[in-house]
Design a protein around this ligand. Structure first.
Ligand SMILES: [Fe+2]
Length: 261
């Protein structure tokens, strides 16, 4: 799928319309989705641009398109530019399981994934004609990737899911600290980029983003997902795994990236 710049502008306009019920929340929402996009692009750059920055931008601007906080489920559906904007998000997900089935998600509609990410994915597919899994999965999984499905996805899609999940948490955490002055568990920006902005702790950042989320939603899937990100930290960093230096042993031989430079 080709993503053009004007589509991003259209997406911002659509978000503005959907959130127009509440001026205060709309301001927060627009700041949040734009900052999510900027963080996603920054992470992609630090990773060496493994995935499409245009698709990441699109997924970031779309990820909360049907965020239910603003919605009164009893009010009638709205229309914008020929698109139906549902008011009852839960009903919308339940009545579109056939769309979720395309992405292998129909069994998980009632799980820890949350309603608004699923509703967002359905909306993109049905109303905006987006059928690119590199955009749909990052939206559907931005709150909690379901590991049984995530592990079947390509490396590219999994990377995009990870980037959007981390960028989303970085954005809301940054806004809480710097604009709302509210209490948060940790400064996630400092965890990922260091207080000097020169570090890049990707896997640890993903794990901490998961743990911050844990306070909000609990369930079996959340535990499986968090274990996945904890294992990644342990597998990717033998120092963290052993926790101390002392006692020599034989390590398995590996090819170093240095040979590729
Ligand atoms: Fe978000």
């Amino acid at each position: 799928m080709l993503i053009r710049d004007y589509q991003q502008n259209e997406l911002i306009k659509l978000n503005r319309f959907i959130q127009s019920i509440d001026e205060y929340r709309m301001k927060y929402h627009l700041r949040h989705i734009k900052l999510t996009r900027d963080y996603a692009l920054l992470i992609n750059r630090r990773l060496g641009n493994p995935v499409s920055s245009k698709k990441l931008s699109y997924a970031a601007l779309a990820h909360d398109v049907l965020k239910e906080k603003t919605f009164d489920p009893t009010s009638p559906d709205r229309e914008y530019d020929g698109h139906i904007i549902p008011s009852d998000i839960i009903k919308y997900v339940r009545s579109n399981l056939d769309t979720l089935e395309i992405y292998g998600m129909d069994e998980y509609f009632n799980s820890d994934v949350n309603w608004h990410p699923l509703a967002g994915g359905i909306f993109l597919h049905k109303e905006l004609g987006v059928d690119d899994p590199e955009i749909i999965y990052p939206v559907i999984f931005h709150s909690c990737p379901i590991m049984a499905v995530y592990e079947t996805l390509s490396y590219n899609i999994r990377t995009m899911v990870d980037i959007i999940m981390l960028a989303d948490k970085l954005s809301s955490n940054y806004i809480r600290i710097n604009y709302r002055e509210s209490n948060v568990a940790v400064d996630l920006d400092a965890v990922v980029f260091g207080t000097n902005g020169k570090q890049f702790q990707y896997d640890i950042g993903l794990l901490v983003a998961r743990l911050i989320n844990e306070n909000k939603i609990e369930g079996d899937q959340v535990k499986i997902t968090n274990d996945h990100y904890l294992n990644r930290v342990l597998e990717n960093n033998p120092w963290i795994k052993i926790g101390k230096i002392g006692g020599n042993k034989k390590w398995p031989k590996r090819k170093s990236l240095a040979f590729l430079t």
